[in-house]
Design a protein around this ligand. Structure first.
Ligand SMILES: O=C(O)CCC(=O)C(=O)O
Ligand SMILES: [Fe+2]
Length: 195
């Protein structure tokens, strides 16, 4: 079966591509190999960020590369080619998030607008244990959409959806192992190496 060709689920519709989800984008064995290589060899960093008047640990590990300078020995070139074929865009940045366990998370947010170029999607591959992403409109119907981001799945969010919706990965008390996301973006040149 050609999983690659299976149609996505549309989670949100808008004139810019909406938010679409492909549950079985990568074959399980391929996703296993990508996860193992990236967990072992990506340049993971723990970051600290200013939150109001405090500096706090970002509750996940991060790595970032320019797509024009992907390191050898990691499967990022192969992943990039597959993602770009499914959701074409002139991606120039890839950010990786590693959620070590259920205590790691990302708060509800939209991706910072000055760090993404209008008109282009944000497209992310999930590897490892599945984690739930919540998506919620900023105004109007505030009911949350939940999507369980499966091993080997792909999610693409339009630029327009960053204006209308927030997304996040809440902490979970479920005993979960590591999960990572590999997030492709079109960034202004000044931000192309940012996570
Ligand atoms: O890990 C994910 O699936 C989402 C990450 C995210 O929202 C971000 O890096 O901006
Ligand atoms: Fe995000």
């Amino acid at each position: 079966m050609d999983l690659f060709a299976s149609p996505p689920q549309t989670l949100i519709e808008d004139a810019d591509g909406g938010v679409r989800y492909w549950p079985a984008f990568a074959a399980p064995a391929e996703a296993d190999a990508w996860f193992a290589a990236l967990q072992r060899q990506a340049a993971w960093k723990s970051e600290r960020r200013k939150m109001y008047d405090r500096v706090v640990d970002v509750p996940r590990l991060l790595a970032a590369y320019r797509t024009a300078a992907l390191p050898d020995g990691l499967p990022l070139g192969e992943i990039f080619a597959r993602v770009r074929a499914a959701v074409p865009a002139p991606y120039n940045a890839v950010g990786l998030n590693l959620y070590r366990d259920g205590a790691d998370s990302v708060a509800m947010h939209n991706d910072k607008l000055h760090t993404i170029v209008p008109g282009h999607p944000i497209t992310l591959l999930s590897l490892g244990d599945s984690r739930r992403m919540l998506i919620r409109a900023k105004g109007g119907d505030r009911r949350r959409i939940a999507v369980e981001l499966a091993h080997g799945s792909l999610l693409s969010m339009s630029h327009a959806s960053q204006l209308t919706h927030e997304h996040g990965i809440p902490k979970t008390a479920r005993p979960v192992g590591a999960r990572m996301s590999i997030v492709f973006r079109v960034r202004p040149e000044a931000h192309a190496a940012s996570p």
